[in-house]
Design a binder for this molecule. Structure first.
Ligand SMILES: Cc1cc2nc3c(=O)[nH]c(=O)nc-3n(C[C@H](O)[C@H](O)[C@H](O)COP(=O)(O)OP(=O)(O)OC[C@H]3O[C@@H](n4cnc5c(N)ncnc54)[C@H](O)[C@@H]3O)c2cc1C
Length: 508
């Protein structure tokens, strides 16, 4: 079958655009978000007009009502080498607020093609059910994976509430890394299971998640970090994970372009990998819907009603819903959700920034991470170098703007690691929030004062890779099966009881 491409940078076909319109995406920004057109090297110059024409002809949208998206300045693409020359005193020591939050897509489109101000164009118009056995707040990877796992085990009376679109939270903004290299047996076990599930995902859900096991290569710049890697490798080997320690020369056999003078040892597990997060979410959502789960996007939970030490119903901006169980899978927003029920969670949101470069032919096998400075990067199946870097000065907050400061820091670190990346140009950058707990472990299971209010949050920078395994265990327990030890170990109670063992192998 032949394909007619609208956006050749990102392989978006005319059928993809038609599909988006048929699903109700009726403004140019939403079609862009849904299909990814215009996000590649040409930044929409070659395809924007065509998409606008299709929207006009097939979506019935007046052309004059379509405001084209425009790349934010600087309009010219800048190389990592140029960005790395920005002096840090110009960029500032303390992260700023970045660009303003993204402009919301058009409000409801009126018959004349112009937006009205009543509602979001993608807001569902039907009624919410009056009750559901299980209500899940948050349509990220956690909420959707749980919903599908519940339905698969017979609990189909499930309602997922998502305030935005399905990839709007951290699950649509992450690096897609899945690794078994952790510092505690529990995390290794969960990650191993998730990687097994990644392998069968495409077959199970009929959707390509671009899963590639190129390994994770951790680089240690000094003796302390090298010892950490060695200790971890011994743990991994004892659990059947084939992590091996490498000399700088050995690491350069895996990635010849590395600057070998920058590190003294490395650890490599060839079974770690990377996925493309979006189809992962869509796969779970589609699978759950097929089994009867209701997933309501653009629907916000606004209140929680309790009586007799239990949650009885939730309030939403589309009316109330009674429930037997409420699950808080709202990621970085979970403390706010919990507070609606009078529950305090210790999680804090922390912005993490990330960017993608222009595509190159495949040359980088593993995801590479440098211990100490928090740099990580991999090559996507589209050829882009996608990478991020944490910032120790980043204050907590639900901030998702992008900063020049990040680009400058990231560019320096990446060029230090692989000098040839100097001439690569950045084509897009974005940010999301880590949902950080005091011990870097998630908060799972019952809330002490409200046992039918279940927590499924606090996944810091590794929730994507934990979701397949954790959701499976949680659904098993919720449907009457075995309660895994993680639901006691990672209970909210541990903070009050002082029973906290921190996970320290965090990237970013
Ligand atoms: C830059 C970056 C890189 C990362 N890299 C990796 C990685 O390589 N590997 C990995 O495993 N993890 C990574 N992570 C972490 C991972 O993305 C998260 O741990 C994971 O996506 C969390 O999923 P979630 O479903 O808990 O939260 P989210 O995906 O954030 O979903 C929560 C949802 O709740 C919704 N919500 C909030 N309030 C309400 C309300 N009142 N009503 C209804 N809905 C509401 C939000 O809109 C949101 O969609 C990264 C994160 C970031 C930011």
């Amino acid at each position: 079958m032949s394909k007619c491409f609208v956006c050749t940078c990102e392989d978006v076909t005319i059928e993809d655009v038609r599909h988006a319109i048929a699903k109700g995406y009726r403004d140019i920004e939403s079609v862009k978000r849904y299909t990814g057109f215009g996000t590649g090297v040409c930044q929409g110059k070659n395809c924007l007009g065509t998409v606008a024409r299709i929207l006009a002809e097939e979506g019935g949208i007046a052309e004059k009502a379509m405001l084209p998206f425009t790349p934010r300045p600087p309009a010219r693409m800048i190389s990592l080498g140029e960005l790395a020359t920005l002096p840090l005193d110009v960029v500032g020591d303390v992260p700023g607020h970045g660009v303003p939050p993204p402009v919301e897509p058009f409000e409801q489109v009126a018959p004349d093609g112009f937006p009205t101000h009543d509602s979001h164009p993608l807001k569902p118009e039907g009624k919410l059910p009056a009750r559901a056995s299980v209500v899940i707040v948050g349509g990220g990877i956690m909420g959707l994976a749980l919903a599908w796992n519940l339905a698969r085990r017979g609990q189909k009376d499930v309602l997922v509430l998502e305030e935005g679109y399905l990839c709007s939270g951290a699950s649509g903004r992450n690096g897609g890394g899945v690794r078994m290299q952790w510092s505690t047996p529990t995390m290794v076990r969960l990650a191993k299971r998730s990687i097994d599930l990644c392998k069968s995902f495409a077959r199970e859900f009929g959707i390509n998640v671009w899963f590639r096991q190129g390994g994770y290569l951790f680089l240690a710049p000094d003796e302390v970090q090298a010892q950490r890697l060695e200790k971890n490798a011994a743990l991994h080997n004892s659990l059947g994970v084939p992590t091996r320690m490498l000399t700088p020369g050995g690491a350069k056999e895996v990635v010849p372009q590395l600057d070998g003078g920058r590190f003294i040892a490395a650890a490599f597990n060839p079974e770690d990998g990377v996925v493309f997060p979006w189809p992962f979410l869509w796969g779970y959502a589609q699978g759950a819907r097929k089994l009867g789960v209701r997933i309501e996007t653009f629907t916000k939970l606004t209140g929680i009603d309790t009586a007799g030490g239990r949650v009885t119903s939730v309030q939403t901006d589309r009316g109330p819903v009674q429930c037997d169980v409420l699950v808080n899978a709202a990621g970085a927003w979970s403390p706010g959700i919990a507070r609606l029920a009078g529950v305090e969670l210790p999680n804090e949101p922390h912005r993490h920034e990330i960017c993608a470069t222009e595509p190159l032919k495949p040359w980088l096998g593993p995801l590479v991470s440098v211990l100490g400075n928090g740099l990580y990067f991999s090559q996507s199946m589209r050829g882009e170098i996608v990478g991020g870097m944490g910032d120790p000065n980043e204050p907590p907050g639900l901030e998702m703007g992008s900063t020049l400061r990040y680009l400058a820091r990231y560019s320096r670190a990446l060029i230090d690691c692989i000098p040839q990346t100097r001439d690569l140009k950045v084509i897009r950058q974005w940010a999301g929030c880590y949902d950080v707990t005091p011990d870097n472990n998630p908060i799972l299971g019952e809330t002490p004062e409200l046992p039918n209010f279940l927590q499924l949050n606090g996944f810091v920078g590794h929730g994507f890779m934990m979701a397949p395994a954790v959701a499976e265990l949680m659904a098993t327990w919720m449907t009457g099966g075995v309660k895994d030890e993680i639901f006691d170990r990672f209970t909210l109670r541990r903070f009050a009881e002082g029973n906290v063992v921190a996970e320290d192998f965090i990237i970013g």
